[in-house]
Design a protein around this ligand. Structure first.
Ligand SMILES: *Cc1c(COP(=O)(O)O)cnc(C)c1O
Length: 457
């Protein structure tokens, strides 16, 4: 039900109890009696409403949302376009299964993606439910089209939690630990990560590309179906590849007849200030994968790409019971509406400008902030010892804990868990953003003053 009360959720931070409050604590205790402990929780707070940049918890605390449910609710957790479209669809039907009978919204979502993803060529799209499912299906398409089997992935990559996508993901704990053996034919190559490149950031692109060529030569370039890369790494630490790396990979893929797949699941759909993060480098994928922010929180993912690839699969070879569910397609059409006036992309750029202004001085004001990086509303602070760059997960953790206590939700990422990442909704108000950044900066300065002496190992 759309009520005035709902849309009037005040866009300001408010602490009524400690975080988590007593009601959240009681609900968390109950949860632990019924829900698998295999799910981790960043902040054990139960949410009753969310709107714009605010999460309202069951104790009445208003928490600033710098997470967007991991880059999902970019247009806000209760965007009016999304709510109206989903509510209308709900009155008609919830499901038919697109493989059984058809509905127009599925086609409309595919058409929008074909028209708005980079690449001036004829495209087709397939819809699924989760990001991992879309990655798996991009591999199915690439293998079917090329008749080859191997998959090239990159250091610190994250592509999901299903069996194949775990194999494509770099970090063992928590994603892969104890879950093997994994599918074969997944090969890892160097990623041009500027901060820690051994011979310096200026050499990262050339040396990483040479490394990729060596890996391809060793494993036989002609045996690779696909090369899959995130244009900005998500879970791996919000690493922006050194300039020229993505276009270098694009050229290598073309040279060897390898399908070039961009995993834009986290960085895409406006997050970085352009509709797709690969646009910053002018790089075009043969296939591009979207999910997360695509449908504003309803489960929807997509593989979009060259018609000759997407149509190379035999009829019936792709699908899924819930693939492109009508409620999720309606939500995506609401998201597209929200993007139509340009305010979302402008929001991402505004967030970057404000955040850099507040956070970049930390590079000189402290000795433990190694880098402030990212694009648009996908920004990160990496904590490491000066000089040695020894990762400081303890500092990232301490900053996150301090922010959470103050009613600001931030997430940690990175192979070494030493990166605080910022993913605010693109609709966050300037005042709320400023408040959140002030809390974050104070937490970093506080932690730097008390804990930042080099870690004793
Ligand atoms: C989240 C994510 C995935 C997996 O998406 P799910 O919907 O969780 O399966 C894959 N790739 C990237 C880059 C992601 O950020």
């Amino acid at each position: 039900m759309i009520t005035d009360d709902f849309s009037a959720l005040p866009q300001s931070r408010l602490l009524t109890t400690a975080i988590p409050g007593p009601r959240s604590q009681a609900l968390h205790t109950e949860r632990m009696q019924h829900v698998t402990s295999g799910f981790g929780t960043t902040l054990p707070v139960f949410i009753q409403r969310a709107e714009g940049g605010i999460l309202l918890d069951v104790d009445g605390n208003r928490i600033i949302d710098f997470a967007s449910g991991i880059a999902v609710t970019s247009v806000g957790a209760s965007n009016p376009h999304v709510r109206a479209r989903v509510a209308a669809q709900l009155e008609n039907f919830t499901h038919t299964c697109f493989m059984v009978t058809e509905y127009e919204s599925f086609t409309a979502v595919c058409k929008w993606l074909n028209e708005n993803t980079p690449g001036d060529f004829d495209k087709r799209t397939a819809l699924f439910s989760t990001g991992a499912e879309a990655v798996e299906n991009a591999i199915k398409v690439a293998r079917s089209a090329t008749g080859r089997s191997k998959i090239l992935v990159f250091d610190d990559a994250y592509h999901g939690r299903s069996l194949l996508t775990m194999a494509m993901t770099a970090k063992e704990n928590p994603y892969k630990l104890g879950f093997g053996p994994f599918p074969a034919e997944v090969v890892k190559a160097p990623m041009a990560a500027p901060l820690r490149w051994p011979s310096g950031a200026a050499n990262a692109t050339a040396e990483a590309l040479a490394g990729v060529e060596a890996v391809l030569a060793e494993h036989g370039a002609e045996t690779f179906a696909a090369m899959v890369i995130e244009p900005i790494q998500g879970e791996g630490g919000f690493v922006v590849p050194a300039a020229g790396f993505l276009s270098g990979l694009r050229a290598l893929a073309t040279k060897h007849g390898i399908v070039f797949v961009l995993d834009e699941i986290q960085a895409g759909m406006g997050r970085t200030g352009t509709l797709f993060a690969s646009e910053h480098e002018g790089v075009v994928g043969d296939l591009i994968i979207t999910a997360k922010a695509l449908a504003g929180g309803l489960p929807l993912s997509a593989v979009t790409g060259r018609t000759e690839l997407m149509n190379s699969v035999h009829a019936g070879g792709l699908g899924g019971t819930y693939a492109g569910n009508p409620l999720a397609c309606a939500a995506a059409l609401g998201v597209f509406e929200a993007f139509a006036d340009g305010s979302m992309l402008a929001g991402a750029r505004r967030i970057e400008a404000s955040a850099r202004e507040v956070l970049e001085p930390l590079l000189t004001e402290t000795s433990c902030v190694a880098e402030v990086r990212g694009r648009g509303a996908m920004l990160a602070i990496e904590f490491a010892d000066a000089g040695t760059l020894a990762p400081r997960a303890d500092l990232a953790k301490a900053v996150a804990v301090a922010c959470h206590a103050q009613g600001l939700l931030v997430l940690i990422c990175g192979t070494f868990s030493n990166v605080i990442r910022l993913l605010p909704p693109l609709v966050i108000t300037p005042e709320l953003l400023e408040d959140g950044l002030t809390v974050l900066k104070a937490a970093v300065l506080d932690v730097a003053a008390t804990l930042a002496a080099p870690a004793l190992v």
